[in-house]
Design a protein around this ligand. Structure first.
Ligand code: ZN
Length: 303
């Protein structure tokens, strides 16, 4: 274990993965209404009968990547304690009125910033947060974790990941504790939402499956893994997710955390200009392409 790396904070969010309803509706909303880019069309590596669609900023930079396990059946999950509740994009404050005109939703103020709260067609809550130094469109501002007892989760964020406590605000039906890592990395804010009334999360369409934080490199990922293991967290082996290397553990509040590397990157199998063009399968599924494709619904890519 290297002290050097333990003093190195997480570089913000890498990606967020949620569960959606039918893939075509998911694709239409995130590309046409929300105007993020389809950057990868693949399958759930653990369940190849469903699509796994990735949306992001044009260059697919880490910290902009929102992905969905696309379930064709309907039925609804329930946001609640033990899962992430919402993800948020950073936008220029002046752009918020036109986003509200296009998407609907409600405006509020949080930690001095204007926030537009929206729900996608499958019930997933997300937000647009006004920020004077918002980067290109599609880059995350933050993620909100719904937690019953914030202290053990906060300890992971501050003692292992290098986040600092920023403050606490009262909101409708609960309180919000804000943490951030220093610097300018996209998605550097994590909020913990502690509701007054207990509600347990139930997985399904409209809920977030896991939150992936960004390691600076493989050595940083290894150091984080060693530190978590030494604290008694049950962390997986390093998994090859084709576009990045990943480790996973369930933090004490119940949220599935992932720590992912930037490399090899989303241009591993398609050039940046052509991202999202074809159905990309990892080597273990390439031999079954015809069978896998036959079971997936056709998707019409929006213009
Ligand atoms: Zn992931």
């Amino acid at each position: 274990m290297s002290d050097q790396h333990l003093k190195t904070p997480i570089a913000g969010l890498h990606h967020v993965t949620a569960i959606s309803g039918p893939a075509q509706e998911n694709l239409d909303f995130y590309t046409k209404a929300l105007k993020t880019r389809l950057i990868k069309k693949t399958v759930n590596f653990d369940a190849p009968e469903m699509y796994h669609l990735y949306f992001g900023a044009h260059d697919a930079r880490p910290g902009s990547v929102m992905t969905f396990f696309n379930r064709e059946e309907r039925g609804q999950g329930q946001a609640g304690a033990g899962a992430a509740q919402a993800f948020a994009y950073a936008v220029l404050p002046d752009d918020l009125p036109q986003w509200q005109a296009a998407l609907g939703g409600s405006m509020s103020t949080r930690f001095g910033a204007q926030v537009l709260s929206v729900t996608d067609p499958h019930g997933q809550a997300f937000e647009l947060v006004g920020e004077a130094d918002a980067g290109p469109w599609g880059v995350f501002h933050s993620v909100t974790l719904w937690i019953d007892d914030p202290d053990p989760t906060a300890a992971i964020l501050t003692e292992v990941f290098g986040y600092a406590f920023i403050g606490e605000e009262r909101g409708t039906g609960g309180r919000r504790l804000r943490y951030t890592v220093p610097g300018t990395a996209p998605g550097r804010v994590v909020d913990l939402w502690v509701a007054d009334e207990p509600v347990k999360a139930r997985p399904g369409p409209g809920t977030i499956h896991h939150v992936a934080f960004r390691a600076r490199d493989r050595a940083h990922q290894d150091a984080l893994r060693s530190t978590l293991l030494a604290r008694g967290e049950r962390v997986t082996e390093v998994k090859d997710r084709q576009y990045f290397k990943a480790i996973y553990f369930r933090e004490p509040g119940g949220v599935l955390f992932e720590i992912a590397t930037d490399g090899p990157g989303f241009d591993l199998d398609e050039p940046i200009d052509a991202l999202g063009g074809g159905l990309m399968l990892p080597p273990q599924y390439e031999a079954r392409r015809a069978e896998i494709t036959a079971r997936l619904p056709d998707l019409v890519r929006p213009e």
